[in-house]
Structures are given as structure tokens and as C-alpha cells.
Design a protein around this ligand. Structure first.
Ligand code: FES
Ligand SMILES: [Fe+2]
Length: 385
């Protein structure tokens, strides 16, 4: 049976300045990705995640988190069908009893063939894990390769010692690429004009906001995070929606001093950072983790620099009582709806070449170019489950 190619081979030949990005329907390998929140992984718990099409099992053992591939090396079954951990540091396949150490991947026993010479020689794939700010990250790259520091795949300041992070995850029925692109879309604020968040924070939100062409920053070095920043310099703001000179809708306008967001930015492999959102002193970090071609898991997190435990407790309270209902359910859910609706169109590869972007959408193209220049490996179909 012929395998369906991941992207249309004829379209792959088309000349664009962002061809690898077009090919990366499943995302880019050799990066750190958020797998889950730390609180989802209690001691001894096992969590299954699909990231870029790969099934990954995570377990916390004596406080540390380990990750292995959810594919038995013997006959390829998914260990997650029936998780069997007979000892704290091993997992056994439910089929013939191949048993692997979580920390190293080593095959340490075969219940169906206890004297097999394969024992001690073979390994299941393992993934480096790093835990920070209440998130569990896995590095998806070559087996045995030394991963780059986690900080290279996090937006600046996310890992700061005093940055306190709270958040939620949402499954979104769209390709991961529509996540960063929705965040960098500088002309979409019309979508948010009736969000209850704006009245709550008394924050101005124009219907349109246009960064002037060329007025963006690329952070594009060999080391460290790679991203694109719009500091809302040279912008124009539009508060009235007019048709034939008649105002039909208005943005929320409490005056220029009431603008909240300081800048928006996007960081590889796929994290949106908006400083000053949802309010002064708070920063949105929104992580778009590819699950498969048509789904991503969105980790919506907010960070605040807190000087002491009292400040941290106050921020955590504020998150649950204010930002969760107003900023996530009352604002960012609108972006999720837009991504899911766009997916109906962009699931056709041809759409990426036929879309109707206009000049003001240039940030999207700059992001695609940055990813294409700096990506390490495009995830391919043969890594799929
Ligand atoms: S398939 Fe897993 S032990 Fe045989
Ligand atoms: Fe938005």
C-alpha cells in the first residue's frame, strides 16, 4: 500500500523563501517541546503524549522525569496500550515482556525469553527531559545527541528565577503553524473587539494595528533563542470600522496610555511571547506543540516576576480568578476558534500558495523565513506512530 506523502510533492518543488516551513507540517525536530505540566506527573505516574506524530511515554521516578518512545523495539506495539511497570524504574511490554529501563532505555529482561542474548544489548529510544517553571520539556532529536540548552528554545526571560508561571493546555484542531501565525497577525484585533477582558483591564485595543514594513527585530544568532519581535514602533492604530464613511464597529479606546501589550514576538520552535498581556506586568507565553498534521496542543501560560512568596501567591490567585476566565476563555479562545476555522482551508497544501495575504501580513512571511533559515530538521512521515 502506497503511503500518502506528508505534503504534496509537486508543491514541495515550488520556489518560496520558506520551503522548509511549508514542508514542516509535523514541525521541526532537534528542538525542545513542552510535553505536559509538572503537576500532571505525580511520582510513579505515566503520561502518554503525541508530539510531532511520535508517541512518547513519560514517568516520574524519585522526582525526576524520564521519557521513552511508545513503540516496542520487538514487534512495534504501543506500550501505552497496557502500561506495565512491575518495578519503579522499568516498563515491560504487555506482548512478549521486553522490559526496558526508563532512564537509559536498556533492555534488561525478556519475560518470554529470559536467556535472550538481546538482553543488555538493545535499547528503546529515550528522550532528554528538562523540567522548568512547572512545565516538562522533551527534546526530540537524534538518539544520543547532546541537546542544546533548554534556554535556546524558550523565549527570553521565561526561565528567569523570579518568573512565576501559571497556565492551561488546550487541544486545538489545527496545524501547529496556524498558532504562531495567529499570534504574529497584526491586523486581527477586530476579532477581539468584544472580549470581556478589555473592559476588565480598561485596556485600549484598536481594530487594526499596523507595524510598518521593516520595523521588526530579528533575533537570529547561532546561540540562544531565535525569534521575531514587533515592538509596535512606527505603528498606526485604527479604532473605527467604516463602510462607505459609516462607522459600523469600534475598537475599545481608553486612550493611548491604556495600551497594555508592550510587544509581541514569536520564538522557535513555536512560542508566542506578548509582554504586557493580559495586563501590565504579566507576560503571555503560548506554546504550540504539534500533535499530528491537524492538531496541536496549546500550552497557554502567563508569567509574572514576583519578588517574594506573597507576590507569587497573589499572582497565582489572580490567574485562577481573573486571567483564566477573562484572558484564556474570554480572549485567547477567540484565537483558537480562528485557527480551527482556518484549518479547513490550510489542510489543503495548495492553500499555502493560494492564500490571500496582503502587504500588512508581512510578519507572517518573515516568521516563515526565519523558521526556514534556522530549522534543524523537518519532521518526516517515517517517524510517525
Ligand atoms: S512486541 Fe513488545 S515484547 Fe514483543
Ligand atoms: Fe489574538
Amino acid at each position: 500500500m502506497a503511503t500518502q506523502p506528508l505534503v504534496d510533492p509537486e508543491l514541495l518543488q515550488r520556489k518560496t523563501s520558506w520551503q522548509p516551513y511549508f514542508a514542516a507540517k509535523l514541525g521541526f525536530r532537534d528542538h525542545w517541546y513542552v510535553a505536559c505540566f509538572s503537576h500532571e506527573l505525580g511520582e510513579g505516574a505515566v503520561v502518554l503524549r503525541q508530539i510531532m506524530g511520535e508517541g512518547i511515554l513519560l514517568r516520574r521516578i524519585d522526582g525526576a522525569v524520564y521519557a521513552i518512545r511508545d513503540r516496542c523495539i520487538h514487534r512495534g506495539v504501543r506500550l501505552s496500550e497496557k502500561v506495565e511497570c512491575h518495578t519503579a524504574d522499568t516498563i515491560s511490554c504487555w506482548y512478549h515482556g521486553f522490559t526496558f529501563r526508563w532512564a537509559t532505555g536498556d533492555l534488561c529482561a525478556v519475560f518470554g525469553a529470559p536467556e535472550s542474548t538481546a538482553i543488555g544489548k538493545k535499547k528503546i529510544e529515550t528522550y532528554p527531559v528538562s523540567e522548568a517553571k512547572g512545565l516538562v520539556f522533551v527534546y526530540i532529536g537524534e538518539q544520543g545527541a547532546t541537546p542544546p540548552p533548554l534556554a535556546h528554545d524558550c523565549p527570553p526571560n521565561f526561565l528567569d528565577d523570579d518568573n512565576v508561571v501559571e497556565g492551561e493546555a488546550r487541544m486545538v484542531a489545527s496545524n501547529w503553524r496556524l498558532g504562531p501565525e495567529g499570534g504574529l497577525d497584526e491586523i486581527h484585533r477586530y476579532l477581539h473587539r468584544e472580549s470581556p477582558l478589555l473592559l476588565n483591564i480598561q485596556g485600549s485595543m484598536p481594530l487594526g494595528h499596523t507595524a510598518m514594513r521593516g520595523q521588526f527585530e530579528l533575533i537570529d544568532g547561532e546561540d540562544g533563542p531565535r525569534g521575531i519581535i514587533d515592538r509596535f514602533k512606527a505603528e498606526k492604530m485604527f479604532f473605527d470600522a467604516e463602510i462607505d464613511g459609516v462607522t459600523v464597529a469600534k475598537g475599545v479606546n481608553f486612550g493611548a496610555a491604556k495600551r497594555r501589550a508592550v510587544y509581541s514576538s514569536c520564538w522557535m520552535p513555536a512560542c508566542l511571547k506578548v509582554e504586557g498581556f493580559p495586563d501590565d506586568g504579566v507576560t503571555l507565553f503560548e506554546w504550540y506543540v504539534p500533535v499530528d498534521e491537524t492538531t496541536h496542543r496549546c500550552f497557554i501560560t502567563f508569567g509574572k516576576h514576583c519578588a517574594d512568596a506573597a507576590g507569587e501567591a497573589a499572582f497565582r490567585r489572580e490567574y485562577h480568578t481573573r486571567w483564566l476566565p477573562l484572558a484564556i476563555d474570554g480572549f485567547l479562545s477567540q484565537d483558537i476558534m480562528a485557527r480551527e476555522s482556518s484549518q479547513h482551508y490550510y489542510q489543503n497544501d495548495r492553500a499555502w500558495f493560494e492564500e490571500g495575504l496582503i502587504g500588512e501580513d508581512f510578519m507572517l512571511i518573515e516568521w516563515r523565513k526565519l523558521c526556514s533559515r534556522r530549522q534543524r530538521t523537518v519532521q518526516s512521515l517515517d517517524r510517525l506512530l
